[in-house]
Design a protein around this ligand. Structure first.
Ligand SMILES: C[S@@+](CC[C@H](N)C(=O)[O-])C[C@H]1O[C@@H](n2cnc3c(N)ncnc32)[C@H](O)[C@@H]1O
Length: 474
């Protein structure tokens, strides 16, 4: 038990933005114990005083607290958009270099993945066309990034030929070739409070904001606003984007993906970045304190959820969305709110948003039947029948009592002219509905889609089964 744990939490959040959500408090406890035992006899109060004044000690503790998980070509679709669409488009409009920042770069895999892809594309012209920078708060992980020497763990899913082309094996390690290594400059920076200049054309800030609370994410957006070129693009991780939509930067959809850009009102003319490679220099950190908003209680969140569901039932989707946004403002990872958000997007036929919410939920809980159901429905409504079948099947294997999945699976079988499986699956749906009526079945947590009355499902199943009977001449 650490008596002044709250003071440690506040200090860390004020300095670098990291917020220890309930599930992450163990990490802070373990790190504090480790540092204190390494330093010798000291009380928690003495250690706190040391931490407040010593940047060296703060950095050592921080290295134990940051989650540095990363690998080459992670969420490759965004890297493709950056390298194949955005960089060429900027180079058509002006001469290079295009300035790219991997913010929260950890051990460098993201920045180097971009460099490799752009080297493949531009070969010897690569040096003059792009500048790639990486920054992170964790000084220890930056040493690893600069060394560019990786174990096979960093190459999950990487094409072996590409690995052979750009790395030299040395025992169990793989050393990145200098042509790529020298192209990326790394430096320590706190992305929440420090500004890197001159401005960037493209910023990737992926899998970092999930460790910040809503106040910190808002501050982060104001900071990012000043670091982005007028036509620049800022990418968050796939599951983070919508939870970062504060209206500070403008959300834009292009090439089947969401990214943020400057709102028109903020687009002050910027000097064109020099073709000379420049070292980015942080401006003195702003001393603006973090103002913590009062955190709504879980009962308040439950009330908002209930109200949101009532609004959905009345088809008042905008109101429902506002209520759900309030829940997510207080807890970015609130699973039920994320599912409802995805379900509302589905009602509005905003399928990409449905998929983003569902994927966010699956990152938190890979067994979420509701998230898979949302993905199945989004596929079905876009007439991707086979993908819809695959998702619905996953749900029924995983949660056999979840009758909405059986019902839509039956529908998809029928549309694919797979009549026998369709009949069988409608019957199962009816049995589950009957069991639920008699209270003997597993009550499903959240029925999807939200606006569909469950008594209609019974009628629809009976109707379809009757059709089969007529066709069979039975
Ligand atoms: C999970 S890694 C993400 C790595 C990479 N962006 C990716 O998506 O694979 C998160 C990184 O963010 C860094 N980080 C956390 N807070 C930061 C801050 N305030 N400023 C800069 N980097 C930060 C951590 O040190 C960690 O290395």
């Amino acid at each position: 038990m650490i008596p002044n744990i709250a003071a440690f939490k506040t200090l860390i959040k004020d300095r670098v933005g990291l917020h220890f959500f309930n599930g992450m408090e163990g990490l802070l406890n373990a790190a504090l114990h480790q540092r204190m035992s390494e330093r010798g006899k000291e009380s928690f109060e003495e250690y706190y005083d040391k931490l407040s004044v010593s940047t060296t000690e703060f950095d050592k503790l921080l290295s134990l607290l940051t989650i540095n998980e990363t690998y080459f070509f992670r969420e490759q679709d965004v890297l493709d958009i950056v390298c194949d669409k955005l960089v060429p488009r900027i180079l058509e409009q002006r001469s290079g270099p295009v300035r790219i920042l991997s913010a929260g770069c950890s051990s460098g895999e993201e920045a180097y993945s971009l460099a490799i892809k752009l080297h493949q594309k531009y070969q010897e012209n690569f040096a003059s066309r792009v500048e790639i920078h990486g920054c992170d708060i964790d000084t220890k992980i930056l040493e690893k990034a600069r060394a560019a020497n990786y174990s096979s763990y960093s190459f999950r899913g990487v094409d072996p030929l590409l690995q052979q082309t750009y790395f030299t094996r040395n025992g169990n390690q793989f050393q990145l070739h200098d042509v790529i290594r020298n192209k990326v400059q790394f430096q320590r920076a706190n992305i929440v409070k420090e500004q890197l200049q001159p401005n960037f054309d493209i910023i990737l800030l992926r899998n970092v904001s999930i460790y910040f609370d809503v106040e910190t994410r808002r501050l982060l957006h104001f900071n990012l606003l000043t670091m982005l070129q007028p036509e620049g693009a800022l990418f968050f991780g796939n599951a983070e984007t919508l939870a970062n939509n504060f209206g500070i930067l403008k959300l834009k959809q292009e090439f089947g993906h969401f990214y943020f850009c400057q709102p028109k009102s903020a687009r002050a003319p910027q000097p064109t970045p020099s073709a000379q490679p420049r070292i980015i220099t942080p401006v003195i950190p702003a001393e603006a304190p973090f103002v913590a908003a009062p955190v709504p209680s879980s009962q308040q969140c439950d009330r908002w959820i209930k109200k949101a569901l009532a609004c959905v039932a009345d088809k008042r989707f905008n109101e429902a969305e506002e209520l759900i946004a309030q829940v997510l403002d207080s807890d970015i990872h609130h699973q039920e709110a994320l599912v409802i958000k995805g379900a509302i997007a589905l009602e509005k036929c905003e399928f990409e948003e449905t998929a983003l919410s569902a994927k966010h939920v699956l990152e938190l809980d890979e067994w979420s039947a509701e998230a898979k159901m949302l993905l199945g429905l989004a596929m079905m409504w876009q007439q991707h029948t086979q993908q819809a079948i695959a998702w619905f099947k996953e749900v029924v294997y995983q949660q056999p009592g979840y009758w909405p999945a059986h019902y839509y699976l039956a529908e998809m079988y029928r549309q694919s002219e797979l009549y026998r499986p369709a009949q069988r699956t409608y019957r199962i749906t009816l049995q589950l509905l009957n069991a639920e009526m008699n209270n003997t079945g597993n009550a499903t947590a959240l029925r999807l889609p939200l606006s569909f009355p469950s008594n209609s499902f019974r009628f629809l199943c009976e109707h379809q089964l009757a059709q089969f009977t007529t066709q069979d001449g039975q």
